[in-house]
Design a protein around this ligand. Structure first.
Ligand code: SAM
Length: 405
């Protein structure tokens, strides 16, 4: 029996994307690097409703000195985190001499606004390269994994925190028991643990199966986070839907009984119950729709190749690894992907071995079609790439279904 990583309950598998590489392990141009593969399958706990991967990838294989994801690559996300920081400064961090700890601060996209406001802060970021970028921006960072032991050290050196914050990071961490013991050790009596991550409800609604990859160990819902909070002595006191990254929820947890529970929590719990979000029927329906998308996407790419059309990928995202490897798309169907991340350029995509090129090559000359992997930034990208459309180019999207726009 497969045991739940949160509560030890029985996990039922509902979706299998097969053998997959590490989503951010880009290869050297000769493609000779050793690649690590694992089985990417997803299950749901029949006791606490937590949706989770059935196989865990060792954390140091994913988060290390060369981890390539840079949060500040997107203008929209820079604005989102500036606003988040301003809200925290005006609210939880407005009294006395406040202190905030961010788990997974990456290049400092959120904490730099906190730092500029002169508020005490600490980023905990195990990926050395991005942590260095945050430091260069005036952010105080410790290069390590957040867990109980690191939290105890921070508590000793800096005192209690008013806020422990994380974005797109808590869902990356299987060992929640250690995380919650750490948060418990670190937070003051009225402190809050705030984290935002992709929302299961949106993933199901949009069939965005590419939100599932090695780094996304959990896919949270309000129901599963509520149960997890209670299990570890906390209470879910707010849940706010966010329009970023294809649909997320920002959860606020407090110590039990310290804060009123917002109406939104009750409403979202009731809505999830009504739609049967964590039922096997709904989750198996999602898996079935993902299989349909795979068939239609591969058929379209084969048709375009047969018609002599050129196709390029846009955005060598971590998400694209699931699509490319699940669909069996290689350089024969997609000769290259353009990407703005310098550390991905000149390399090959994990598992599928498609060359990654600079954005300049996208326009030199434009392909007939561009398969948009960074669909969560589609507005920003389509505004930036207006000339591609003006010169007759068309976008291929696969979320919520395969279509040409
Ligand atoms: N917060 C940023 C954002 O929303 O754009 C970064 C998100 S990035 C997808 C996830 C980050 O979490 C990576 O920078 C990774 O190194 C970091 N991370 C992974 N496990 C961690 C842990 N146990 N403690 C702290 N950071 C962790």
């Amino acid at each position: 029996m497969l045991a739940c990583r949160i509560c030890d309950g029985r996990v039922e598998e509902f979706c299998d994307f097969g053998r997959q590489p590490l989503s951010d392990a880009f290869l050297g141009p000769d493609g000779r690097d050793d690649e690590y593969f694992f089985r990417l399958a997803v299950g749901v706990c029949s006791s606490c409703a937590m949706v989770q991967l059935v196989e865990e990838v060792p954390r140091t294989r994913m988060f290390h000195e060369d981890y390539p994801y840079r949060s500040s690559g997107s203008t929209r996300m820079r604005r989102h985190f500036e606003r988040t920081a301003e809200e925290l400064l005006a609210g939880e961090l407005s009294q006395g001499d406040p202190f905030i700890v961010e788990i997974g601060c990456n290049d400092g996209i959120m904490l730099k606004t906190i730092s500029r406001a002169g508020v005490r802060h600490l980023g905990v970021e195990p990926s050395g390269g991005v942590a260095q970028l945050a430091r260069a921006d005036g952010v105080r960072v410790t290069t390590e994994f957040f867990q109980e032991s690191s939290a105890l050290t921070i508590r000793k050196t800096d005192g209690a925190a008013d806020v422990v914050y994380a974005a797109n990071t808590v869902c990356h961490i299987p060992y929640m028991d250690s995380i919650f013991r750490g948060v418990d050790a670190l937070l003051g009596p009225d402190g809050v643990f705030v984290f935002e991550d992709p929302y299961l409800g949106d993933v199901i609604d949009r069939t965005s199966f590419d939100q599932i990859y090695d780094e996304h160990f959990y896919l949270f819902s309000v129901t599963s986070v509520d149960a997890m909070a209670r299990r570890f002595g906390f209470e879910l006191v707010n849940a706010e839907r966010l329009p970023v990254h294809g649909g997320e929820v920002r959860y606020t947890l407090a110590r039990k009984g310290r804060r009123p529970v917002a109406r939104e929590v009750h409403e979202l719990l009731a809505e999830e119950e009504r739609r049967g979000l964590a039922t096997l029927e709904v989750l198996r329906g999602f898996a079935e729709r993902a299989r349909g998308i795979r068939e239609r996407l591969v058929a379209l790419l084969r048709e375009l190749r047969a018609a002599g059309k050129t196709v390029a990928g846009y955005g060598a995202t971590a998400k694209s690894a699931t699509v490319l490897n699940y669909c069996g798309i290689g350089p024969d169907l997609l000769p290259y992907i353009s990407d703005t991340t310098p550390t991905k350029q000149g390399r090959l995509t994990p598992g599928s071995h498609i060359p990654v090129r600079t954005p300049d090559s996208f326009a030199d000359p434009y392909p007939d079609y561009a398969l948009l992997f960074a669909w969560n930034h589609s507005e920003e990208i389509m505004a930036k790439e207006q000339r591609f459309r003006q010169e007759g180019g068309k976008w291929i999207l696969y979320v919520p279904d395969v279509r040409i726009v």
